[in-house]
Design a protein around this ligand. Sequence first.
Ligand code: ATP
Ligand code: MG
Length: 577
Amino acid sequence: MHTIKIISASALDAASRHKIEAFFAAKHPEGAEFVYEINESLIGGFMAVDGDNYYDATFKGQLTRLKKAEAAETVQKLSGAKGIAEQIRKKIYEYKVDYGVACAGLVTFAGDGIVKINGLSGVRYGELLELENGTRAIALNLEENGVGAIILDDESAAAAGDMVRSTGAIVGVPVGECLLGRVVDPLGNPIDDLPGFDVKKMRPIEAPAPQITDRDQVNVPLQTGILAIDSMTPVGRGQRELIIGDRQTGKTAIAVDTILNQKGKGVLCVYVAIGQKASTVSGIVNILKEHGAMAYTAVVCSTAKDSAPLQYIAPYAGCAIAEEFMYAGKDVLIVYDDLSKHAVAYRSMSLLLKRPPGREAYPGDIFYLHSRLLERAAKLSAERGGGSMTALPIVETLAGDISAYIPTNVISITDGQIYLESELFNAGIRPAINVGLSVSRVGGKAQIKAMKKVSGKLRLDLSQYRELAVFAQFGSELDATTQNMLAQGERTTETLKQDQYAPLDIEHQVILLYVTMKEMLKDVQVKDVRRFNTGFSAYLDTNYPAILESIRTARDITMDTGMQIDEAVGKYKTTFK
Ligand code: ATP
Ligand code: MG
């Protein structure tokens, strides 16, 4: 028996059914079965599918045909000029008439940066919608009888009753070299006082992460220029290393120093500010400018006064900008400052969209929010161009609680974390890195041999020292070995202290650690250690450039170099006061 499917915009009355069934019964004397279906997007009328035959008597179909006929007429008129007619014909056939007609809806509620829309049955998650006045929105809630969307542009521009149409596209941002040196909002509009730029290429803000087969192992170091990090939690190109800590513990400082250190290293940078004070961001941009880092850096900025939807898309926009460089075979560093505020923006949006709240009132897909973002960081294989995107997401904790919801989520996504502590920060140990709780899960492979040699024992020594130091507070009589370990630990801690905006290159890092780890600072007073280190570095620059050169080229520290350093230390000590 033949099955014939009848799809109509609304339920058909008995008379219409009878007519249709009679029509098809005549075509199939062997008997036919009828299946009815309702699809509102057809607007009116019905269509029938009978095996390979397709009968279209819908309004939607009529409108489509009408538009095509109009188009054909226009082409006919213009056909005098040949080349043009051909182009127009091509354009018309590429143009998807269906979108304009089938996927439209009406705004039923607008407020707080979100809109509820009736209709739009064919729209997809994350699709870009356009209101009749040109305001853009992103569809986020796909419900049975409507769509919930967030407004990107001016949120007061939407009102109930507005027509909305889907575009079949995803929000895009301008990408490419023109972004370097610029500060843009999450939609890619420049917000610095420089002239506008030529947009040559756009990229969708959401994109799938590179496939497993497209990836390569992380094995090239990304030098942060911060001794404590490059020695104990080294970061590799393509890695995702979380910077986590309470407020005002120097999280941003580490990210900014890392950007400054990329000067002349062929790494492009993207700094994404999410929900920060405009003054903080402008301070950072000024620092980058002063140190000549804006030349290779793009800043994507959403301030605290921006709407939640804008803050929500900021990291994805920054990621798209970085992705463009990565797929062009370049190395990129991207900083998300910070993802806690991003999660909060997403939470407020979700609550307004009436999504069910989960733990800490975050919606159920909060993990996916950050995993899909951070998965886009990668080291690409040689076949895919060998580019890389290193991500430094920042997360703020409350009272050092790294087991809260967002911190644990992001910790589990990233390849390690640098944990900063208020207590250390206040004790003057800056950067305030807690060595015990900081790790880098790919690190070792991304360290040069020389650094591996000198930093091997560092982590263990430091944690032993911290433990001893706690006991030493109570004890009076300490044996010689313990005293020695304490003295050495104090000096190591001093060596690891570092000022802001003073990244160290890898040669100097290696030498300072070499000197410290070989206990050559024994006769230098603790309070003089930092002065000694800076002085010694400068002394090497002028008197022993060959040592630095040898480490730079060989990436290793040979016996010979070691002996030269010993000699240099001896000589410098005679002049050091
Ligand atoms: P917030 O939570 O406000 O974002 P944060 O954790 O990002 O703060 P920063 O803004 O980077 O912290 O640093 C806080 C303060 O500490 C700043 O005044 C900064 O100048 C200072 N600071 C950070 N790192 C160092 C350092 N290595 N040496 C001296 N001062 C530092
Ligand atoms: Mg900060």
